[in-house]
Design a protein around this ligand. Structure first.
Ligand SMILES: Nc1ncnc2c1ncn2[C@@H]1O[C@H](COP(=O)(O)OP(=O)(O)OP(=O)(O)O)[C@@H](O)[C@H]1O
Ligand SMILES: [Mg+2]
Length: 1108
């Protein structure tokens, strides 16, 4: 079921100002404030929507909200701009009425935002489809383009529209959008060249410099830095919350969607760049010979770049900035421009260039968005125009703007009243005259063709002779002096002669929204809006398609000497057209109000709002609306809402709704003058009556709510009781079942226990009986077993006794037999067999011994001491003998392998052993050393060649020995040579023979028992060699030398054996003296070497290290 709501439900304050009771400015403001504080930014005055700027985003513009307001009656839901948009769209679609939405309010009040909300709502609810969507998108995307070029940051609004905009959106019979037409009004072009403090130029300049790529900027000969351009104000170049670079991309994208070609976009940007360049052109004075000052361009670089951008010949433009040509009918007069005039011309050109570009943009957009189909269109116009402006300093622009607002107010009053009237006629209600202020008189003061202010301004502008703003004011003072709404200090009306709030250079108009003081300065100039013809001709000559289009008057072929219409006239004409256009449509009003001057949310500045309420004429609006009937409502919703107030209509009225309402009103005894019955609606004159109805309804609703609550609670309790009762039965049934189940289980388990006990008892009883029986049986068995056992054992004993006796008999017999046999045997064996057995056994043992020996023979090495163990002791002698024989045989075999040389070596070794073994401690270490003989290789070594040749015998031994000096015991190295015949000592270095001793002269050799290499060669006394005395020598190869010496003695047939004397003390003959050589065991301090020291004349002590 659809929930029926109403504007009157959940109201904060009153949703419709018409219902305000009592109606006063204070209560009006209080209602606005209350609603604003609760974020209710929309309030109605009848069908007019008052919109407060929230300065923050509210969650009331969502797609859900669009759906909520879609196809709902205007008063059905709480006030919203969507309700107005929906009402307008549905009347357009369903009733075929063209609509216009008039949005007014001061700068920053939210007009542009409101217009966008309306457009987006209509776009959301109207038909869909590829083509329709494209049209919608183009219409919506025209906004960012126009905002970039036509909006600017002002002190009042960061995105202030600096032009008026009226857009006709065209729909087909189904309500689908077909296209649109945009009209623009009076762009504030003065902003291009100069911006008030805290404001900035049009957005597009900043967007271009911030957002264009480096490449684009280079092409446009621009630099990114704002400070490079005179026309850009710097103090507020960056605006909080405004991303110029991102917006530039949005604008380019929007231009593309709207249908701009790439070269068109480029041309537009070139023009924007040209305006910036133009601002940088500066002039300097140059004196001429006739004494006048002529202007010259200071730095021609910017001029050059600008001319390059626009394809203009530089000299042509330069001349246009220096001269002005005035053409009369027959003659042409050229005058020079001074610096001030040149600047004026430059700025005029910039302003014209930009404003014409803007107009071109609008027409270009129109070309794109214009409806294609030629069928009849339904039209919805959206007017976003500047609101009434009252500044401290009001000039021509404010005058024009306020004139426009006067016209809108007029049309508002006219249309509101007309609509009211039409409704009364439609509903058949008697017309009651409504008192209201008609501002037609003010419009007349401004626009009257004969003596209107605009007409007089034009007259002044066109008049020959000196024309100034003052002459214009004089004119006004004379012509308008009598007018009620015109005030001037100098007018004939003496009332203002002493009014100091009215300066001499000003005039004041009493507008419908308040008095405004206008300063006349600049009126004439701005109205003329002149651009020197030289400049427009220079522009026309440009080699740039767009520029040429913008300055058609520069075409020399079409020189028009007629003055172009003044700005005032142009505006008046366009406003006239607009008004005529609006009058044909059904108006819908959105009155925007700005809550504070700080652009802040949640601040409600009462004085500011009060001012706006006044000049927007809102109180007037409420009064007009209430002049007739304050409230009207169709019979059905009225009956639906209040039927509970009367028993006859509650809860259902079966008859027609109107009769129901009549019965209701009669029952409630509402005075007849308070309401009237229309054809489809009831008209309530006074809000009081409506509130009376509402109050009764509220009370009734409370009673009804109590009744519903009562019935509901009773029903709820009853149903709860029944439910509990039903539940109780179920619960008790379940419980009983559960209890019985539990009891049954208990009985069952007890029975089982009793049963098991009984069975156990019976079983045990039976077991006992069985056991007794078994024991009896066992006892019998045991007794019989014992009895049998006793019997058997007795028998066994008897049998054993018998067997023993038998055995004893057998043994005794066997012994007797054995004894007999052995006696026999002994007699026989001793006689023959014993000897043979013994020999055989010995033979076998020997055989086994030899075979065993054979298999375990030791190796053939003579030094192998292994020999198998003997098996029987009686073989001891044989075993030792066999070992000796084997060793001898083994040695013989070993010797048999020797060559002659090795044999000689071993013989020598054997001899050494015979001489030294166990006699000299040095001997064991020499056993392993082979006797090499020639250690010096004397025959081969060339060093000893001479020595070798001196010896004629074969050298048996050659070695280096130490000859011990008898004086100090120190040794001198000598070569020791031994031949078969002699011993030679030679110098080691030179090889010179020092001593030669024939062997027969050697008597004996003395050596110590210790490990030293000392030996003394003792010579036979009286021999030739003995003159010098004996030799005391030391050699590493002592054993070999002595052995060899001994052997020569042994082998020589002519000589006796050499005597080897081994003792630790011997005498040596040194020349005449005999010296005793004594060998002692040296202590560890002597180290490991042998040392020889002369102790005294008779003693030479040799200290030999202890051998381990
Ligand atoms: N409904 C809204 N919700 C949120 N913010 C809003 C709303 N309406 C307006 N504003 C804020 O107020 C600012 C000014 O609004 P807008 O530009 O519509 O003012 P305007 O009446 O068109 O002013 P001007 O006459 O200078 O063009 C917006 O930029 C936006 O920040
Ligand atoms: Mg705006």
């Amino acid at each position: 079921m659809e929930v029926k709501t109403s504007l009157l439900d959940n109201m904060i304050g009153v949703g419709d100002m018409v219902l305000l009771e009592p109606l006063s400015e204070d209560s009006f403001l209080e209602n606005l404030r209350k609603r604003f504080d609760h974020s209710e930014i929309y309030t109605y005055i009848g069908s007019v929507v008052i919109s407060m700027n929230p300065y923050r985003s509210l969650p009331i513009f969502t797609p859900d909200k669009v759906e909520e307001y879609r196809n709902r009656n205007f008063y059905e839901l709480s006030p919203h701009i969507y309700a107005l948009a929906d009402e307008a769209y549905r009347s357009l679609r369903d009733q075929d009425k063209d609509q216009c939405i008039l949005i007014t309010g001061e700068s920053g009040a939210g007009k542009t935002e409101a217009s966008k909300l309306v457009m987006s709502y209509v776009a959301a609810v109207c038909g869909k489809g590829q083509e329709v969507n494209k049209v919608k998108e183009q219409l919506l995307q025209s906004n960012p383009v126009l905002e970039a070029f036509g909006n600017a940051k002002t002190v009042r609004n960061d995105n202030s529209s600096r032009f008026g905009k009226y857009m006709d959106i065209e729909f087909d019979f189904k309500g689908d959008p077909l296209g649109g037409v945009i009209s623009n009004y009076l762009l504030e072009k003065s902003r291009v060249v100069k911006q008030p403090r805290g404001e900035r130029n049009f957005h597009v300049f900043y967007q271009l410099l911030s957002g264009a790529s480096d490449d684009t900027l280079k092409k446009l000969k621009l630099e990114r830095d704002f400070s490079k351009y005179n026309y850009l104000s710097l103090d507020s170049a960056a605006v909080n919350g405004l991303d110029d670079a991102a917006n530039f991309r949005t604008v380019r994208n929007a231009m593309q969607i709207v249908g701009f070609m790439e070269d068109e976009v480029q041309s537009v940007l070139e023009l924007v760049a040209a305006v910036l360049k133009l601002g940088n052109i500066e002039f300097k004075p140059e004196s001429r010979c006739n004494g006048t000052d002529e202007s010259r361009v200071k730095d021609k670089n910017d001029l050059k770049e600008m001319c390059e951008l626009l394809g203009i010949e530089q000299s042509v433009l330069e001349r246009a900035f220096s001269y002005r040509t005035v053409e009369a009918k027959l003659e042409k007069v050229s005058t020079t421009l001074n610096v001030a005039q040149a600047y004026y011309a430059r700025d005029a050109l910039a302003k014209n260039l930009y404003s014409r570009l803007f107009t071109w943009l609008v027409s270009r957009i129109n070309e794109s968005i214009k409806a294609q189909a030629k069928t009849r269109h339904k039209v919805m116009g959206v007017l976003d125009i500047y609101g009434f402006e009252i500044f401290e300093d009001n000039s021509f622009e404010q005058f024009i703007i306020n004139y426009c607002n006067e016209k809108l107010q007029q049309i508002f009053i006219e249309l509101t009243l007309r609509e009211e009237q039409e409704e009364y006629v439609r509903e058949g209600i008697e017309w009651t005259n409504i008192e209201y202020f008609n501002n037609a008189i003010i419009c007349d003061l401004i626009e009257n063709n004969q003596n209107g202010i605009l007409a007089m301004l034009d007259e002044e502008c066109l008049r020959p002779g000196t024309v100034t703003d003052e002459t214009f004011l004089d004119k006004l003072n004379t012509i308008c002096a009598e007018h009620q709404h015109f005030e001037s200090r100098l007018s004939k009306n003496s009332k203002f002669l002493t009014d100091h709030s009215l300066p001499h250079s000003c005039f004041r108009i009493q507008h419908y929204a308040g008095k405004v003081l206008y300063r006349v300065e600049g009126f004439v100039d701005k109205n003329n809006d002149l651009l020197y013809r030289d400049l427009s001709q220079a522009m026309y000559k440009a080699n740039h398609s767009l520029i040429k289009q913008l300055f058609p008057e520069g075409n020399p072929a079409k020189v028009n000497l007629k003055r172009p219409p003044t700005a005032g006239t142009q505006f008046k004409t366009s406003v006239g057209t607009l008004m005529r256009n609006l009058q044909t449509k059904n108006p819908n009003y959105i009155r925007c109000i700005k809550p504070n001057d700080k652009k802040a949310s949640h601040i409600f500045t009462e004085s500011l709002v009060c001012h706006q309420v006044r000049y927007l004429g809102l109180m007037e609006n409420v009064r007009v609306r209430r002049a007739g009937y304050a409230f009207r409502q169709a019979y059905e919703p009225c009956l639906e809402r209040y039927k509970m107030l009367c028993k006859k209509t509650w809860p259902h009225w079966r008859g027609p709704a109107r009769e129901g309402v009549e019965v209701l009103m009669a029952d409630l005894q509402v005075p007849a003058e308070e309401f009237s019955y229309g054809r489809s609606k009831i008209f309530i004159r006074n809000p009081r009556t409506l509130f009376f109805l509402e109050e009764r309804r509220r009370q009734c609703l409370q009673d009804l709510a109590a009744l519903i609550q009562k019935i509901y609670r009773g029903w709820k309790c009853r149903s709860r009781f029944l439910l509990m009762k039903k539940s109780q039965v179920v619960v008790s049934a379940w419980y009983r079942r559960y209890a019985q189940q539990k009891k049954y289980k208990q009985v069952k388990s007890a029975t089982t226990v009793v049963q098991s006990y009984t069975r156990g008892w019976q079983a045990r009883k039976l077991l006992r009986e069985l056991k007794y029986q078994k024991r009896c049986e066992e006892a019998v068995t045991t007794i019989s077993a014992f009895w049998h056992g006793t019997q058997a054992r007795r028998e066994l004993r008897r049998l054993k006794e018998e067997a023993r006796r038998k055995h004893a008999v057998a043994v005794i017999w066997a012994f007797w037999q054995g004894l007999k046999v052995r006696r026999e045997y002994r007699k026989f064996f001793r006689a023959n067999a014993g000897k043979k057995i013994y020999e055989f056994t010995i033979q076998r043992i020997m055989q086994k011994y030899f075979l065993g020996l054979k298999s375990s023979m030791p190796s053939m090495s003579p030094i192998d001491r292994k020999w198998p163990a003997r098996p029987y002791r009686f073989l001891d002698g044989v075993h030792t003998e066999l070992r000796r024989i084997f060793h001898l045989w083994r040695c013989k075999k070993y010797r048999g392998q020797f060559t002659e040389e090795r044999k000689a070596v071993y013989e020598e070794k054997l001899e050494a052993s015979e001489i030294f073994k166990d006699k000299k401690a040095l001997y064991p270490s020499s056993v392993s050393q082979p006797f090499k003989g020639d250690y010096l290789e004397i025959s081969k070594n060339p060093k000893y060649q001479k020595l070798n040749s001196a010896v004629d015998e074969k050298v048996l031994l050659a070695d280096v020995v130490n000859k011990i000096n008898r004086a100090n015991g120190k040794g001198t190295a000598r070569i020791f040579l031994l031949t078969k015949k002699s011993v030679l000592l030679a110098d080691q270095k030179t090889g010179q023979v020092k001593a030669s001793v024939p062997l027969p002269d050697v008597a004996s050799v003395s050596v110590s028992t210790q490990s030293d290499g000392f030996f003394a060669l003792k010579l036979k006394e009286g021999s030739a060699s003995a003159v010098k005395g004996d030799f005391l020598l030391s050699s590493e190869h002592l054993i070999e030398i002595i052995t060899k010496l001994h052997r020569i003695g042994a082998t020589a047939a002519d000589r006796e054996q050499l005597n080897v004397d081994i003792s630790d003390e011997f005498l040596v003959q040194f020349k005449q003296d005999k010296v005793c050589v004594k060998f002692i065991q040296g202590g560890p301090k002597n180290g490991s070497s042998v040392s020889c020291k002369r102790k005294n004349n008779r003693l030479l002590e040799v200290s030999v290290p202890t051998t381990a």
